[in-house]
Ligand binder design. Sequence first.
Ligand code: ZN
Length: 276
Amino acid sequence: MRPNPLTDDAPGPGRERQAKLAALLFPAAEVAVRARRIHDAMLEQSPQLRAPNFTMIGTDDLEALFSLYDREFFRGLLGEMLMEDGAHPMGFRLSRRLTRAGGQTMRQFRRVRKKDGRTVHQVEYEISVSTTLLFGTFKDVEREVIVGGLVCADRLEALQRIFEHELLHLAEFLGWGQSSCSAENFHRLSRRIFGHEGVTHDLVTPREQAAVAFDVRVGDDVRFDLEGTTYRGRINRITRRATVLVESPQGELFTDGHRYLTFYVPLPLLRKDEGR
Ligand SMILES: [Zn+2]
């Protein structure tokens, strides 16, 4: 059993909240108008976001997005419920580590001892947004970008779609006490509130960016220079760096029967090794 944030001093998830959240409904045209208002407000207010394809962002931008979205799409319900649960203000984080998911919404329970000696589980929320995907998109790779089933015209729109998805996770946690974007409740909310047609994204991953910007792919033979030595190996994985396996007697034994040393190489340092 999950610890229940519904201690006697907080309303917590339940029917009442579910009814309020499930009643939110915006026709597509209205969604577009409201999302555009947020887009414009961000560009106007943020010291970091100077252009739709901004190159800097701060966690204060995510805080500002939250306030705008709560007002435009949730009638202030999210802030209200967070407050009721003693989870206000919630946390926001920019993450370079997220290289597949565009964002992440975390819920944690912290044990807090009350004055009367009782221990309660205090709930905390945090939304992270992947800067790796955000800044990798609308950069070297030119193609249509779709998040939540909607085409994004610029980086700020992509951020908005990611953020909308995460806000739905938050709304589910607050209303239902659990959240899953593969379940029908999530899909229903995402259609009704944001007009989303799906729950996936095709933001440019480091892997795709590497292919376009540096012309390297998983499986490619590459060489790179490190402290005066040239190494030759094969790309095994690409995240923020490429994982390159270099055959060496000092290396670790792999399932193919060979020994390899593992190097984590920044992509710009890699050269395709055509001569092998
Ligand atoms: Zn999700």
